[in-house]
Design a protein around this ligand. Structure first.
Ligand SMILES: Cc1ncc(COP(=O)(O)O)c(C=O)c1O
Length: 466
C-alpha cells in the first residue's frame, strides 16, 4: 500500500466543478434515466445506484479505496465494524442449523464457524449469543494451536475467523499456517485487520479470503465516526463445490429476474461474487448501510493513514520500551518487547517475518500489584492519568486506556481471563499521536500510585529512578 493510494485511489474529480475532495453525495435515491434503466438496474443486469442502502457514489469511493489498500477485488462499507463482521460471516454461513432452518444441509448437519478465542468482545457476543440463537455452531481455538485448528475444521465449517493483531494482548497469529489448514478443508479465511490496518499488514497477501475492519478505529482515526468495511479478496473458489456454496454457486430464484436462465452470483459477478452477495442480500435485507457523510469522514482519515500509523507505531514502541523497564510494571504485552526475550514465540516469529514495519499501537501491560492485597491499585492508577483518557475505543489520535477485567472482559470469570492471559491488573492502551515524552511522563506519575513496587521512586528527566 502506498500513501498515494490512500489519497487518490477510487476517485477522479469530474465536471462541471471537478471537486478535489470527494464530494458528499447526500441523497437517499437516484432518478433513473428511463423506465428500462430502472428495470435493468433492479434486475442487476445493469450497474448503477438505485438506493443508498445498497450503494452511493461517496460510499463507493471508500469501498474502492479500502479494496485497493487491502489488495482485494471489491469491498462493501457498513454502518459499523460490528455489522461488517456479522455480514461477512452470515454471507458465508448461509442457512442456519439444518433442523431449525427447516431443511437439511447437503450432508445433513448444521453450519459452523471456527474462530480464534482471542477476539474483540463484541465479536465474541455475536458468535456466542446471537449466532447461537440463529442455530450456528461456533468452536473456539487458541490461535497458536495449529492442531486445534486442524481438529476443529469439519465439513460443516463455512468460515475460519481471526484477528491479525489480537486485542488486548497484541499477539500475532500465524495466518499463512492457519489459512493452509482452512483451505485444505475448502474453508475461506476471514481476518479482522482493524488493529493492524493495511499500513502494517495486508492479510490477503498471507492467505485471507475476506478482510473486515472496524473503520471506526485507525481508518477514520479521529474518534469521530462509526464505520465498517469488508473486503473480498476474490481468491476463494466457491464454484469448486456448488452444493456447499449454494448461496454463491447455486441457482437462486431471487436473482433470476431478467437474468439469463441459470445465472448464479459466481457466473454473474465472477471474482466479486462474495461482495455482491453481501451487498445485494445482506446489506439490502438487514440494512446496516454507511451514510455518505460518514464515508467522507472516514475517507478524510484514510488520506493520512500511513503518516498516522507510523507515528502511532513510533510512540507505542517508545512507551512499551519504557514500561518494560519500569519497576511498577510486571509485564508488557507488545511484540517489540516479546521478541527481545522470547524470539521463538509465534508472535515474535510472525513479527520478524510478516510485519516489516513493526506491530501496532494497541497493547497491554500488567501492573506490578496484587489486587487481593491492594484492590484499589488499578483504580488509583487509571484515575491518576491525565493525558491518557479512560475510553472504550482505540485507534484515536488521543491516547486511550481501558481495564479489560472491569470493562471489555468483565463477563468472563477471573479464571477464564487468566486462561486467556489477561491478569486482573492488565491495562490496555491505544497509543495516540501526542509527544511520546508527555505520554511517558503521564504514565510515570500514575504508576507512582500503584504499589509497593513503586514506593520511593522519583521522576527525573530521564524517567523513573529509585
Ligand atoms: C477488532 C475489532 N473488530 C470489530 C470491532 C467492532 O467495530 P465497531 O465498534 O465499529 O462496530 C471492534 C470495536 O472495538 C474491534 O476492536
Amino acid at each position: 500500500m502506498s500513501s498515494t493510494a490512500n489519497i487518490h485511489s477510487g476517485y477522479t474529480p469530474q465536471g462541471p466543478h471537478y471537486p478535489v475532495s470527494v464530494p458528499v453525495l447526500q441523497t437517499t435515491a437516484y432518478e433513473f434515466p428511463s423506465y428500462a434503466d430502472a428495470q435493468q438496474m433492479f434486475a442487476q443486469t445493469k450497474p448503477g445506484f438505485t438506493y443508498t442502502r445498497t450503494g452511493n457514489p461517496t460510499v463507493a469511493v471508500l469501498e474502492a479505496r479500502v479494496a485497493e489498500l487491502e489488495g482485494g477485488v471489491a469491498a462493501v462499507a457498513t454502518s459499523s465494524g460490528q455489522s461488517a463482521v456479522a455480514l461477512a460471516l452470515l454471507a458465508l454461513l448461509g442457512r442456519g442449523d439444518a433442523e431449525r432452518a427447516g431443511g437439511a444441509d447437503h450432508d445433513g448437519a448444521g453450519r459452523q464457524i471456527v474462530a480464534a478465542h482471542q477476539l474483540y468482545g463484541g465479536t465474541m457476543d455475536l458468535l456466542t449469543d446471537t449466532f447461537a440463537d440463529f442455530g450456528y455452531q461456533v468452536d473456539f481455538v487458541d490461535h497458536q494451536d495449529l492442531d486445534a485448528w486442524r481438529a476443529a475444521v469439519t465439513p460443516q465449517t463455512r468460515a475460519v475467523l481471526l484477528e491479525s493483531i489480537t486485542n488486548p494482548l497484541a499477539e500475532l497469529p500465524d495466518l499463512p499456517a492457519i489459512a493452509q489448514i482452512a483451505h485444505a478443508a475448502g474453508v475461506p479465511v476471514v481476518v479482522d485487520n482493524t488493529l493492524a490496518t493495511p499500513a502494517l499488514y495486508r492479510p490477503i497477501e498471507h492467505g485471507a479470503d475476506v478482510v473486515v475492519h472496524s473503520a471506526t478505529k485507525f481508518l477514520g482515526g479521529h474518534g469521530s465516526t462509526l464505520a465498517g468495511v469488508l473486503v473480498d479478496a476474490g481468491t476463494f473458489d466457491f464454484a469448486a463445490d456448488p452444493a456447499k456454496w449454494q448461496q454463491l454457486a447455486g441457482d437462486k430464484e431471487r436473482y433470476a429476474a431478467g437474468a439469463s436462465a441459470g445465472a448464479t452470483l459466481v457466473e454473474r459477478y465472477g471474482k466479486c461474487a462474495f461482495a455482491a452477495l453481501v451487498r445485494t442480500k445482506y446489506l439490502h435485507d438487514l440494512g446496516p448501510a454507511l451514510s455518505p457523510s460518514a464515508s467522507a469522514e472516514i475517507l478524510r482519515g484514510v488520506e493520512t493513514l500511513e503518516l498516522r500509523v507510523a507515528r502511532h507505531r513510533q510512540n507505542a514502541r517508545a512507551v512499551a520500551a519504557h514500561l518494560a523497564q519500569h519497576p511498577a510494571v510486571s509485564r508488557v504485552h507488545h511484540p517489540s518487547v516479546l521478541i527481545d526475550h522470547d524470539p521463538e514465540a509465534i508472535t515474535s516469529r510472525v513479527l520478524a517475518r510478516d510485519f516489516p514495519a513493526g506491530a501496532g499501537s494497541v497493547f497491554a501491560f500488567d501492573l506490578a500489584a496484587d489486587v487481593d492485597e491492594d484492590p484499589g491499585a488499578v483504580e488509583r492508577f487509571i484515575d491518576a492519568l491525565g493525558v491518557f483518557k479512560l475510553v472504550a475505543n482505540l485507534g484515536d489520535t488521543r491516547s486511550l486506556v481501558s481495564h479489560p477485567a472491569a470493562m471489555t472482559h468483565c463477563r468472563m470469570t477471573r479464571a477464564q481471563r487468566a486462561a486467556a492471559g489477561i491478569a486482573e491488573t492488565t491495562i490496555r492502551v491505544s497509543i495516540g499521536l501526542e509527544e511520546p515524552e508527555d505520554l511517558i511522563e503521564d504514565l510515570n506519575q500514575a504508576l507512582l500510585t500503584v504499589s509497593d513496587a513503586s514506593a520511593g521512586l522519583t521522576i527525573t528527566e530521564g524517567g523513573v529512578a529509585r
